[in-house]
Design a protein around this ligand. Structure first.
Ligand code: FAD
Length: 490
């Protein structure tokens, strides 16, 4: 019997497989497609995802293949979001095609021991008390696989979600945008965006001499997602939105995409879980879908491994739903708000976009939204106990250490276990099996001020702060640390 069967070798399924392998879990990914999809839906990897990859020592291999973009947009507002303020180790968005991201993730997952089986589709499943029986189709043949846990990372139409009876309420498409992956004789030298009464428009290089043109044109936004997009329409829209047509040629992919918006009513049903697009779908505004899905997988991996191996305290696995559903909801809300700004057509709506752009010029507002889009500011669950320290429950950011070996905490987290970091010069006499304990000093010049009084910090494998202590007395500190540890391990 398998420990975990994952349906779908998209970015989320592949990353989850690799995270489970960190803990020695036997994992098989079954993927319906016989070969990888060469087209890239996502072209933006956020700083929060790079930060996660940095906790496993992998960020550089993605950065080498992409183009760093230091700013982003919210709803095509003219004031850009400044990612240098978010406290990330790699403070930019990486322009990188999803097909390359998937290739690198698959190489990593296979290298750490995950099995990826292509040309195999999950068709149905039945849950029992100790295992799930999954029917997998391969060509014309069907076979039954038994697994202790099943995770549906199988996209918006998730067969796993449907077979588990998890509702996916929301709305169908009412507006569409369009994309064209093309070569340009007259390419812009930097990512470019334009907004006006005709709509909103973005151009960014995505590698191999190809540019992504993506737009929402008020004249065509009511066309159906399935309506074909012609190169002539792309030229027309580009002229209308930008004033020139960029000498477009050699299209690789022309498509429309819609604003269908849905979220799974729960992310777990018994021994079945859902993550990524199987759990949420929304208009692709600001480059978030793949990124939020990778964060789902990062949150789930260590919790599912601990549950399988009998190390999890009560409720740990359920906290996947209570933490990640609000995060998905928040992305849904911000993409809806962005779509309202993209689709601004009336003088009142256009004025709203201008007012919003002016608001983003205020550094605190800009930082708040840069952190949100970059993936550093997911909301805490509504019922989360208020932390004693403002860092409690937040995502690790803005901490620089005073050592050459580990200038941040990230290199100390490659093992995927909780990290107890002593920062106050005295050891916290508190440990538990599987927790890594290290000492370091804070580089106060390079760190955010909030770290100044912290004497010890317990960081979860997904880089959330379980507890930040300011006590200088080692015994008192240890008592608080033990309370926090009980929420992570048995
Ligand atoms: C135009 C556009 C632009 C986008 N841009 C961005 C961006 O810049 N940044 C960003 O973060 N996100 C972006 N997104 C969203 C992003 O592409 C998705 O959120 C992301 O692909 C979700 O990853 P996933 O692994 O959850 O699902 P998917 O990538 O959909 O992967 C699911 C996999 O499961 C397989 N599968 C399906 N059913 C079965 C089955 N029954 N059995 C086995 N396998 C199955 C599929 O073949 C597929 O390989 C964009 C989306 C669109 C449409």
């Amino acid at each position: 019997m398998l420990d975990v069967l994952i349906a779908g070798a998209g970015p989320v399924g592949l990353w989850l497989a690799a995270e489970l392998r960190l803990h020695g879990v036997e994992v098989t990914v079954v993927e319906r497609r016989a070969a990888p999809d060469g087209r890239s839906r996502a072209v933006g990897m956020q700083a929060g995802t790079l930060d996660t990859f940095a906790t496993r020592g992998l960020a550089q291999r993605f950065i080498e293949r992409g183009n760093p973009v230091p700013t982003g947009h919210f709803g095509a507002a003219t004031t850009r979001l400044d990612f240098s303020t978010v406290g990330a180790v790699h403070p930019f968005m990486l322009a990188l095609g999803q097909s390359v991201t998937e290739q690198l993730l698959e190489e990593h997952a296979v290298a750490v021991g995950a099995r990826v089986q292509r040309g195999e589709e999950v068709v149905s499943l039945t849950q029992g008390p100790d295992a799930v029986e999954v029917v997998v189709r391969s060509g014309r043949s069907h076979r039954t696989v038994r697994a202790r846990w099943v995770v549906g990372c199988d996209g918006t139409r998730s067969a796993v979600r449907q077979a588990a009876g998890i509702d996916f309420p929301g709305q169908d498409t009412t507006l569409t945008g369009w994309l064209a992956d093309v070569e340009l004789d007259d390419p812009p030298t930097a990512p470019l965006s334009a907004t006006g009464p005709a709509g909103s428009f973005l151009v960014a290089p995505i590698g191999d001499g190809v540019h992504r043109l993506a737009g929402l044109s008020t004249a065509t936004m009511h066309r159906g997602a399935g309506e074909p997009l012609t190169l002539e329409e792309v030229r027309e829209q580009t002229r209308a939105l930008l004033g020139r047509d960029l000498a477009i040629r050699n299209p690789r992919w022309l498509s429309r995409y819609g604003n269908a918006t849905r979220q799974a009513a729960r992310y777990r049903d018994g021994r079945v879980l859902v993550a990524g697009d199987a759990a949420h779908m929304f208009f692709p505004a600001g480059g978030q879908g793949m990124n939020v899905g990778i964060q789902d997988a990062t949150n789930l991996g260590w919790k599912l491994a601990a549950t399988l191996q009998g190390r999890a305290p009560d409720g740990l696995l359920d906290s996947y739903d209570t933490e990640r559903r609000p995060a998905g909801r928040a992305v849904i809300d911000n993409t809806r708000a962005q779509l309202a700004l993209f689709a601004a057509a009336s003088p009142e709506q256009i004025a709203l976009r201008e007012v919003w752009s002016a608001a983003l010029a205020e550094p605190r507002t800009n930082r708040q939204w840069a952190r949100r889009i970059a993936g550093f500011d997911d909301p805490l669950p509504a019922d989360a106990a208020p932390g004693a320290h403002p860092l409690d429950g937040t995502r690790l950011a803005g901490l620089a250490l005073d050592t050459a070996e580990a200038p941040t905490a990230h290199p100390l987290m490659h093992h995927g276990r909780p990290l107890l970091l002593d920062l106050g010069g005295t050891r916290t006499p508190c440990s538990a099996g599987g927790v890594e304990q290290r000492a370091a000093t804070v580089d106060t010049e390079a760190s955010d001020g909030i770290w100044r009084d912290v004497t010890a910090v317990l960081i979860r494998p997904d880089a959330r702060i379980a507890w930040a202590g300011t006590d200088t007395d080692p015994q008192r500190r240890a008592a608080k640390c033990r309370t926090a540890l009980r929420t992570l391990c048995r």
